[in-house]
Design a protein around this ligand. Structure first.
Ligand SMILES: Cc1cc2nc3c(=O)[nH]c(=O)nc-3n(C[C@H](O)[C@H](O)[C@H](O)COP(=O)(O)O)c2cc1C
Length: 330
């Protein structure tokens, strides 16, 4: 849709075209496309759906507090035991579960506590779902709703062969933003809490900033999703291991800061390669809504203690090198 809407802008100089395009995302998301623009029928449909979803989103509005500091979902790491320890270390961080595949929840209905129960001290806690079957994602959200998670998240970033390869979910979902929008809408309809998406900045050759914008725009238009966690590197589905996929593709924080600028009504959490208090403070000073730590939260657990202090004690907020996290902007 977006491509056809902006196709007529192509002869313009690329900077000018990019500005037009950004404004277009903004206007489309707000339902305020300038009258002089020709809106294709697809865009009209999106506007109508958007209005419906905005109304649905209202029921979540009162409880919507995206986290400023969170511990990332990590398979075989952020299990119940780790999260209990993490909560003792850090009183305020939001804790994410490991990814739980929707089919596991649906097929283990007699055994749900094993996958979904957690002690109440772990609040605020987010359940991360994985999957690509709309019915199962919706059913899983419904079953999980009884457990009282604070947010339900969909994994659109995992590059592992089992998940993005045979499973056709994880980061592969970024190729089908419309499906993700519908899935998020289905999940949101079955739970009483906000929903969020965790994604990469792209995958393989689908790594342009515009493609990322199209993904965010489509998902936010089709569903009440207001919060996106951006792992600021793309995924490579060329057979490298998940661990290599967290090292080899370069970090592009400029994509994250571009999203902050271009989607001012959405909330974005920055993830990937953050390992120090200086980086967290630099990200906040540059306007980041939230920061998520993965490996560093696990391996340098003392950081979580300090992050609590940064959040609540002004004297810690000045720690850091004074350099911005991202000096190159789009
Ligand atoms: C052992 C391990 C398991 C992970 N499992 C998941 C997962 O289940 N879901 C997910 O979205 N990301 C998963 N990730 C990715 C992290 O959530 C995070 O995006 C990534 O590690 C980059 O952040 P970092 O540089 O702070 O570690 C995993 C990472 C690690 C190291």
């Amino acid at each position: 849709m977006l491509k056809s809407c902006v196709a007529w802008l192509t002869p313009l100089h690329s900077n000018v075209r990019d500005n037009h395009q950004r404004r277009m995302y903004f206007h489309l998301l707000h339902g305020r496309l300038p009258q002089s623009r020709k809106i294709c029928s697809h865009a009209r449909k999106l506007k109508a759906t958007k209005h419906k979803n905005q109304l649905e989103g209202v029921k979540h509005a009162g409880r919507y507090h995206p986290p400023w500091f969170s511990v990332a979902p990590m398979m075989e790491f952020t299990d119940n035991h780790y999260r209990t320890l993490a909560r003792i270390i850090s009183k305020h961080s939001w804790l994410y579960t490991e990814m739980v595949v929707a089919e596991t929840i649906v097929h283990q209905q007699h055994n749900l506590d094993r996958f979904l129960a957690f002690p109440s001290e772990q609040h605020p806690i987010v359940l991360q779902l994985g999957g690509s079957n709309l019915d199962n994602l919706s059913k899983a959200a419904e079953l999980a709703n009884n457990y009282g998670y604070d947010e339900i998240n969909l994994n659109c970033g995992c590059p592992s062969g089992k998940v993005a390869g045979h499973g056709c979910f994880g980061v592969r979902l970024m190729l089908d933003p419309k499906f993700v929008g519908e899935a998020m809408s289905a999940i949101a309809a079955k739970c009483d809490v906000p929903v969020s998406v965790k994604c990469r900045i792209g995958l393989d050759d689908h790594d342009s900033y515009n493609e990322l914008c199209e993904f965010i725009y489509t998902v936010a238009s089709l569903s009440p999703t207001k919060h996106f966690i951006i792992h600021a590197r793309k995924a490579l589905l060329n057979g490298i291991t998940p661990a290599e996929n967290r090292k080899i593709p370069p970090l592009k924080y400029e994509y994250y800061f571009g999203l902050l600028r271009d989607f001012p009504e959405l909330q974005f959490t920055l993830n990937g390669g953050i390992t120090s208090i200086g980086q967290v403070n630099a990200a906040r000073k540059q306007g980041a809504h939230g920061v998520m730590l993965g490996r560093a939260a696990y391996h340098k657990y003392e950081l979580s203690v300090v992050f609590d202090k940064i959040a609540w004690s002004p004297q810690y907020a000045c720690l850091g090198s004074g350099f911005p996290l991202c000096s190159k902007m789009l």
